[in-house]
Structures are given as C-alpha cells and as structure tokens.
Design a protein around this ligand. Structure first.
Ligand code: APR
Length: 181
C-alpha cells in the first residue's frame, strides 16, 4: 500500500473486470476509435455487454492521453473511464501521453465525485510500452496528482505476475526517494 496525501494506492493481481464495486470506476486501455479491441478493452466490453459499445459509438472517439467516461452496464462499477495510451514506437512523446492518461483519468474521476478508481497497466500490451518504463511513468503520475475526492487507487496487474513485482518495486523505490529526499 502506498500513499499520496490521503490517496491510498494498492497494487493487486486481478482481472480488472473482476474488481467489482471496490472501484467506483475501472479504466479501460482503449484505442482512438473507442469501438473495442483485444486485451483489457476486449475483456471490459465482453463483461459490460453490448450497451457499452452503443454508448461508445456516441462519443466520437478519444485522442491519446485523453479520457472519456461511460456507464458500466453489466459491470459492478459506476463508470468505465476510457483512455487511449501511446503506441510506444510511433507516439512522438510516449512518456507524456502515458502520464496524461493517468492524470486525465484521475481528473475525470474526481470531476465525477468518485472515491475509488482501478487502472490496468496502460499501453504495456498491444501498444508495446516496456513495463519498467511504463511503471515509472505511472508512479510519477499517481504521486504527483492532487486528488479532490479520490481516496483509493487500485493498480490491477493481470495476467503476467512478473509485472506485479515490477510495479511494486517501482512504487517502493519512488516512495523511498520521497521520504529520504
Ligand atoms: N485486467 C487487467 N489487466 C489486463 C487484462 C485484464 N482483464 N487483460 C490484459 N491486461 C493487461 C495486459 O497484460 C497489459 O499488461 O493490461 C495491459 C495492457 O494491455 P492491452 O490490453 O493490450 O492494452 P494496451 O497495451 O494499452 O493496447 C491497447 O489493445 O486491446 C487493444 O483496443 C485496444 O487497440 C487497443 C490496444
């Protein structure tokens, strides 16, 4: 468990579609069309059901680094926050885009008055972001953000257990650096 002001951050090994109402919102690692895909995107659309795609069609897509919210339908959450991570090899500034994914999803969650949000490891699958570098960006965003309502963040690592250790180590090192600055 890590703490940024009064926002508690927990890294857990779980399929994000199974976290249930512990998280007011789950974040989807989508693409610019918001019309579904594989990985997390596919799992969330399968679990939420066809009404999710119907709503997504009304959103007009989403730019990399930005975030848009929909209802969660058959999922046991209040919202799904869709964000589009950087394609690591083609995004001109993948670090900035990934940072913005986390910050803009948190800002959107706060604007909706949410108290808890669950993230997947954005861009580290099909979009090819090296996991260690992505974890560094994630940590920087989660520790820099100043929450207004959000009290709990879950980093949902799945299915590769090695990524759990990588995220945990990255968070631990960052928190150690802050405490011993
Ligand atoms: N719960 C949590 N994490 C998951 C799940 C799940 N159910 N399924 C996969 N993951 C992990 C992957 O192992 C990876 O570490 O989420 C991370 C992100 O992988 P992707 O889902 O491939 O997302 P991303 O790399 O951001 O690529 C997005 O892939 O699915 C398409 O439509 C999506 O075009 C978009 C692209």
């Amino acid at each position: 468990m890590y703490t940024n002001n009064d926002m508690k951050i927990e890294i857990i090994y779980i399929d994000i579609t199974k976290i249930g109402n512990k998280a007011d919102a789950i974040v989807n690692a989508a693409n610019e069309t918001l019309l579904g895909g594989g990985g997390v995107d596919g799992a969330i659309h399968r679990a939420a059901g066809p009404k999710l795609l119907e709503e997504c069609r009304t959103l007009g897509g989403c730019k990399p680094g930005e975030a848009k919210a929909t209802k969660a339908y058959n999922l046991n959450n209040k919202y799904i926050i869709h964000t589009v991570g950087p394609r690591y090899w083609s995004d001109p500034n993948p670090e900035e885009t990934l940072y913005n994914c986390y910050i803009n999803s948190l800002k959107l969650g706060d604007s909706l008055g949410l108290e808890s949000i669950a993230f997947p490891s954005i861009s580290t699958g099909a979009f090819g972001y090296p996991i260690e570098e992505a974890a560094e960006v994630c940590v920087k965003a989660l520790f820099t953000y100043k929450p207004t309502h959000i009290k709990r963040v879950y980093m949902c690592i799945y299915p590769n257990r090695d990524n759990l250790e990588i995220y945990d180590r990255t968070f631990k090192n960052y928190q150690y650096k802050i405490i011993n600055k």
